[in-house]
Design a binder for this molecule. Structure first.
Ligand SMILES: [Zn+2]
Length: 283
């Protein structure tokens, strides 16, 4: 992963160059272009008066919508290169070429490559929690941009984006699947189609909280499958699997295995946050 989230400089956070996000641009707006921008500006100004822009983490007032204040921004611990090419975890030094960590060599995952935006700590931990439990989706466009940046190496050649599916009961309780929200946002941004129905939970799994790595693996084994009628859509395709947080990788492992069993040629993984020892220490 090279470079870091464009458009996220503090100048932008402070609202010095407030640009309308893609969300604010109507695809078929009527009227001549100059009038359209004038109307857009007036509407944006009106919206700012009604709901003033505030930091998506701590709610302090800032200059533009859907961004972080400088304090919360500094508390996002982005995962920066050098990285293990397979697991996407940071490596202590740069060898100047593609490097695979000892962990990936000792226990190769079922997926091909994984990348994540940040460590699961600080502001990212709060953002993920808000996305998951608080029905707060105001950071959606920011997440889409971050994912596109973190997954830049993975995107070329990806045929379809697939979110990690949620159990039916949990979906009923929570009303939405946060991985699908992220996948939809990335799809909108990159133009790569998303298919939320390719992968399904095939059986109930108990919550993963508090389980060891081995228990998680056993809990997740055979928990996912691709419906027979959907297999033709997967045959020989490259899939990008999206999740919000990758903890021990047991869920992504089980998903990748199911996708490959059903004929996917390649499965890469992209997440907002990665739980690493570093993240555990900082949490
Ligand atoms: Zn803040």
């Amino acid at each position: 992963m090279q470079g870091y989230p464009s458009g996220l400089s503090l100048g932008r956070v402070n609202g010095a160059t407030m640009m309308p996000s893609d969300d604010e641009v109507e695809p078929h707006e009527p009227g001549p272009p100059r009038l359209r921008t004038a109307i857009g500006r007036a509407l944006a100004a009106g919206a700012d008066t009604i709901v003033p822009p505030c930091c998506v983490v701590c709610r302090v007032r800032i200059g533009a919508h859907h961004l972080l204040c400088p304090t919360c921004w500094r508390d996002v611990h982005f995962i920066r290169p050098p990285l293990c090419d397979v697991l996407g975890i940071p490596l202590p030094f740069d060898t100047g070429e593609r490097t695979v960590s000892a962990a990936a060599l000792a226990d190769p995952p079922a997926y091909d490559r994984a990348r994540a935006v940040a460590h699961f700590s600080g502001s990212m931990r709060i953002l993920v929690h808000q996305l998951k439990y608080a029905d707060r989706h105001d950071a959606r466009s920011l997440f889409g941009r971050w994912l596109a940046e973190a997954g830049r190496e993975l995107m070329p050649g990806i045929d379809v984006i697939v979110p990690v599916p949620m159990g039916r009961l949990r979906l009923l309780l929570r009303h939405f699947n946060q991985a699908a929200v992220l996948a939809a946002e990335l799809s909108r941004r990159t133009g790569v189609p998303m298919h939320p129905m390719l992968l399904k939970r095939t059986r109930w799994t108990r919550s993963q909280v508090g389980l060891t790595r081995d228990q998680r693996r056993r809990n997740m084994a055979a928990a996912f499958g691709v419906p027979r009628r959907r297999r033709a859509q997967l045959e020989g395709r490259s899939v990008l699997l999206i999740d919000d947080v990758v903890t021990t990788g047991a869920t992504t492992e089980a998903c990748a295995r199911a996708l490959k069993r059903a004929g996917a040629a390649r499965v890469d993984v992209l997440a907002l946050a990665l739980v690493t020892n570093e993240a555990l220490a900082a949490a």
